[in-house]
Design a protein around this ligand. Structure first.
Ligand SMILES: [Fe+2]
Ligand SMILES: [Fe+2]
Length: 184
């Protein structure tokens, strides 16, 4: 079984750039680069369709943060001597497709719409947290210290976005949704 000390040993001895692990790291960067790019448009749509001002503001704020993350990913590629490239991320396409379906299935100007949008957005955040959560230690193991630092910054932003959505849901969204009766 691998222990933390094994990982530290690997950190001291970077693997060659053409290693399978490094190729996997680059591939995963291309995947999340594609995902972030698509989330910029998706977040605009979510903000437009949200009912409450606080949720609209949260989506707009995270959209601005996401643009910064795209920029940061370009710095990550640069730090390892790679050109930024996108690779289709089927997972985020599915999550965005589901968000669009949720918009169709819920009534405009209702709190139920906001509760549903929060769930859709948190699925995207959790996908991002899972991806960056693995990319950070991978970058360290591969000896890409600058990339690890940059990716860790983004990981913190995704966690903060997820927590703020939970706060909005807990403060009023779920509670008020219970008061909206289902149409007979
Ligand atoms: Fe992101
Ligand atoms: Fe995000």
């Amino acid at each position: 079984m691998k222990t933390t000390s094994d990982v530290r040993t690997l950190t001291r001895k970077p693997l060659p750039d053409n290693s399978k692990l490094n190729n996997f790291f680059i591939d995963s960067l291309q995947d999340i680069y594609y995902a972030e790019d698509h989330l910029v448009d998706a977040l605009e749509k979510l903000a437009e369709k949200a009912t409450t001002e606080s949720l609209k503001a949260a989506f707009e704020e995270h959209r601005a943060v996401t643009k910064g993350q795209i920029n940061r990913l370009e710095q990550v590629f640069d730090s390892i001597g790679e050109q930024p490239q996108k690779k289709t991320c089927h997972a985020i396409e599915g999550i965005i497709k589901e968000a669009k379906a949720i918009i169709k299935e819920t009534d405009a100007d209702t709190i139920t719409r906001d509760a549903a949008l929060i769930m859709a957005a948190q699925k995207a955040e959790h996908y991002e947290i899972a991806t960056y959560g693995t990319l950070v230690p991978l970058a360290r193991v591969l000896g890409h210290q600058k990339a690890a630092m940059l990716l860790a910054e983004t990981l913190q932003e995704e966690k903060a976005a997820d927590a703020s959505l939970t706060d909005i849901a807990e403060s009023f969204v779920n509670e008020m949704a219970g008061e909206e009766a289902e149409d007979e």
